[in-house]
Design a binder for this molecule. Structure first.
Ligand SMILES: Cc1ncc(COP(=O)(O)O)c(C=O)c1O
Length: 390
C-alpha cells in the first residue's frame, strides 16, 4: 500500500511546529473557506429522535434534490441513477470493485490524484499510467498513447475534471476523444468531478453529457470541496448503467448506509443561493491568479495557468523536489514561517517522473499565499540542491 504523498511529510511539519515555526499548509486540499451556515443550521435544526441508518443508496429526498442540482448543469439523471456514498472516496472504491475484476487494468493520465493508487490496491486493480506533462499544461495525452497500452485486461479509464493535482480543465474536444476510445474498446469511463464547480477558463463539460456512451460513464462526485464540507463524508456515484448501479448497491448495502448528518448537510446545500458558487469561484480565481504570477516571477520556477480546481503543479529549480519539501520544513524559515508542499513525484505512476515538481493547493487566502511565496522565493535562494536553469 503506497504512502500518501500528501501526508508523508507530516512528521517534518510537526517538528517545525514544535519549534514554534508557523506552517503554511499548501500540501492538502482542505479549504479555509467556511462551510455555509445554512448547511450547519440544517443539522442543528434537525429534530429526529433516533439517528437511524438511511437507505443504503442514500435518502431519497437527498437524491432527488441532487438530481435537481445536476439538471442545472444540463445533466439529466433520475434519482435512481444516484447512489450516495461516504465521500467521493467510497464512490471511487465501489466503482472500481463493481466494474473491474482482480487483475484488470485501469488507465489514468498522470500525474493523478494519488489515492487512486490506494483504491486500486484495495480493489486488486492494476494502474496503467499514461503521461501528461507540464509543457502542455497537462493536456490529455494523444489517443495513440492510450491505444499503445490498452490490453485485454484494460477495463476502464479514470480522469479527474478539472484535475487534481494539475488543475487542468478538459475541453469538450478532449472529452470527445475519450468517448471515441471508450466506445471503441468498450471501456468504462470514470469521471471524478470533485471540483466541477471551480472552472475559471471556459465551461465545464461533464462526461455525463457525452452522447452514445451512457452505459460506459460513471461520474464520481462529492460535497467535500464545493461546499467546504470535507468532514461531512458525503459523495455520490452516478451512472445510467443499470447493471453497475445494481452491483454498486450491493457494496453499499454491505456497508449499510452513508452518514446521516452528512446527508442533511448535503441536502441543505442544494438550497443555497445561486450566487454561492459565484463568490467562492471568484475567491479561488483571485488566489490562482496571485499564486501563478508569484510562482512564475521566481527565477527558474515554471507553473502553467490551470483552468480549474484549486491546485497547481509547478516545477522548481531543484535537483529533487521530495528532498526540497523535506528541507524547507526541517531547515528553513522566513519571518518565523515555512511552507508545506506535496512533492510532485507521488502523483505519478511512472518512476522518475515529476522529480522537480510540487503540487500546491491554493486553499489559503491571498495574504497567506503571498507570505508563503515570499518564503519559497527566499528558500530557493539558499537551497543547497538548487540547480541553474537557463
Ligand atoms: C480528485 C479527488 N477525488 C476524490 C476525493 C475524495 O474526496 P472525499 O472522499 O472527501 O469526497 C478528493 C479529495 O481530495 C479528490 O481530490
Amino acid at each position: 500500500m503506497p504512502a500518501s504523498p500528501i501526508r508523508r511529510l507530516v512528521p517534518y511539519a510537526e517538528v517545525a511546529k514544535s519549534k514554534g515555526v508557523k506552517i503554511f499548509h499548501l500540501n492538502i486540499g482542505q479549504p479555509d473557506i467556511e462551510t455555509p451556515a445554512e448547511m450547519l443550521e440544517a443539522v442543528r435544526n434537525s429534530t429526529f429522535k433516533i439517528l437511524e441508518y438511511s437507505h443504503s443508496a442514500g435518502n431519497e429526498s437527498y437524491r432527488r434534490k441532487l438530481g435537481e442540482y445536476y439538471s442545472l448543469a444540463n445533466i439529466n439523471v433520475d434519482h435512481n441513477e444516484i447512489i450516495i456514498t461516504t465521500g467521493g472516496s467510497e464512490a471511487i472504491l465501489f466503482g472500481f470493485m463493481a466494474c473491474l475484476d482482480v487483475g484488470d487494468e485501469i488507465i489514468i493520465p498522470e500525474p493523478f490524484y494519488a489515492n487512486y493508487n490506494g483504491f486500486a490496491v484495495e480493489a486488486g486493480v492494476i494502474v496503467k499510467p499514461i503521461s501528461s506533462n507540464i509543457g502542455t499544461g497537462f493536456a490529455l495525452p494523444p489517443p495513440e498513447d492510450f491505444e499503445k497500452i490498452i490490453t485485454e485486461r484494460t477495463k476502464a479509464i479514470i480522469i479527474c475534471n478539472p484535475n487534481n493535482p494539475t488543475g487542468y480543465l478538459y475541453t469538450k474536444g478532449e472529452m470527445e476523444v475519450l468517448k471515441t476510445i471508450v466506445k471503441k474498446h468498450n471501456l468504462y469511463l470514470f469521471s471524478d468531478e470533485a471540483y466541477r464547480e471551480f472552472c475559471y477558463e471556459g465551461e465545464h463539460f461533464s462526461s455525463m453529457q457525452l452522447e452514445g456512451v451512457e452505459e460506459n460513464v460513471i461520474m464520481i462526485d462529492t460535497i467535500s470541496k464545493r461546499y467546504s464540507a470535507c468532514g461531512a463524508r458525503i459523495g455520490a456515484l452516478i451512472t445510467r448503467n443499470k447493471t453497475v448501479l445494481q452491483t454498486v448497491l450491493k457494496f453499499a448495502q454491505a456497508r449499510l448506509s452513508p452518514p446521516g448528518f452528512g446527508q442533511i448537510l448535503g441536502e441543505a446545500a442544494i438550497d443555497l443561493p445561486l450566487d454561492y458558487f459565484k463568490k467562492t469561484k471568484a475567491e479561488y480565481q483571485l488566489r490562482r491568479d496571485t499564486l501563478v504570477k508569484r510562482l512564475n516571477d521566481i527565477p527558474g520556477v515554471f507553473c502553467p495557468n490551470p483552468g480549474g480546481a484549486f491546485y497547481v503543479m509547478a516545477s522548481l529549480p531543484v535537483d529533487n523536489a521530495d528532498l526540497f519539501c523535506e528541507w524547507i520544513l526541517e531547515s528553513f524559515s522566513y519571518n518565523g514561517a515555512t511552507v508545506m508542499f506535496a512533492p510532485g513525484s507521488g502523483f505519478y505512476g511512472s518512476p522518475s517522473l515529476g522529480q522537480r515538481e510540487v503540487r500546491i493547493a491554493y486553499v489559503l487566502n491571498v495574504q497567506a499565499l503571498n507570505a508563503a511565496m515570499d518564503c519559497l522565493e527566499k528558500a530557493l535562494e539558499v537551497y543547497p540542491g538548487r540547480i541553474l536553469l537557463e
